[in-house]
Design a protein around this ligand. Structure first.
Ligand code: PRP
Ligand code: MN
Ligand code: MG
Length: 182
C-alpha cells in the first residue's frame, strides 16, 4: 500500500496477486468463447480497473460498453435500491454478453442487471466478478467467473471505493477504523 498508507488496516490482495488471477480468468474466458466475439459490459464505476486489466489479458476479439448502476450511496451498506444512471450505448440483440463487476456483495445489483439485460434478447449473458462476498450465496445468481471469494470485510482499492475514494489503490485492502469515524 503506497497511497495514504495510514488509512489502511491490512492488505487482502497485492497488485501482483490480483494481476496473476486476472491472467488466469482471462485465459479461461478466451478458451470458453473461442470463435465468438464477446461484448463486455462494465458496471461503472467499480469495474473500471477489472475491465481494463481483464480485456488486455485476453487474446480474443472483444468490444466494450458500460452501464452505471448504483445501489450504494456514500455509506458502506447497500441501500437496496438499484438505479440506472447510464444505459448501454448499443443494441445487444443476439450478442454474447459478459458483465464485468468489481465485487458482488448482496448480489442485488447484478440480479437487477441480468434481468434487465435478458429482456433485450442477447444470445447469452455471463458474469465475471473480481471479488465475491459470502452474503452473495443467498442470491440465486449464476456467476461463471470469480476472481476471489473474500471474507465479509469492507475492502477498498482496485476500483472499490469508500465514499468514492481509494479506487486508485493498486492493492485491495481494509480501511482502518478511524477512516469511518472521521
Ligand atoms: C458496488 C460494487 C457493485 C455493487 C455490489 O457498486 O461496485 O457494483 O456495489 O453490491 P451488491 O452485490 O450488494 O449489489 P456501487 O453501487 O457502490 O457503485 P460504484 O461501482 O460506483 O462504487
Ligand atoms: Mn459498482
Ligand atoms: Mg461503491
Amino acid at each position: 500500500v503506497s497511497d495514504i498508507p495510514g488509512d489502511f488496516d491490512h492488505v487482502l490482495y497485492t497488485e501482483e496477486q490480483v494481476a496473476s488471477r486476472i491472467r488466469e480468468v482471462a485465459s479461461q474466458i478466451d478458451a470458453d468463447y473461442a470463435g465468438r466475439e464477446i461484448l463486455m459490459v462494465g458496471v461503472l464505476n467499480g469495474a473500471v480497473m477489472t475491465m481494463a486489466d481483464l480485456c488486455r489479458a485476453m487474446t480474443s476479439h472483444m468490444s466494450m460498453d458500460w452501464m452505471a448502476v448504483s445501489s450504494y450511496g456514500a455509506g458502506t451498506k447497500s441501500s437496496g435500491v438499484v438505479r440506472i444512471l447510464k444505459d448501454l450505448t448499443k443494441d445487444i440483440d443476439g450478442r454474447d454478453i459478459l458483465i464485468v463487476e468489481d465485487i458482488i456483495d448482496t448480489g442485488l445489483t447484478l440480479s437487477y442487471l441480468v434481468q434487465n439485460l435478458r429482456s433485450r434478447n442477447p444470445n447469452s449473458i455471463e458474469i465475471m466478478a473480481m471479488f465475491r462476498k459470502p452474503e452473495a450465496v443467498t442470491c440465486p445468481l449464476d456467476v461463471k467467473y470469480v476472481g476471489f471469494d473474500i471474507p465479509n470485510e469492507f475492502v477498498v482499492g482496485y476500483g472499490l471505493d469508500y465514499a468514492d475514494r481509494y479506487r486508485n489503490l493498486t492493492d485491495v485492502a481494509t480501511l482502518a477504523p478511524h477512516v469511518y469515524q472521521s
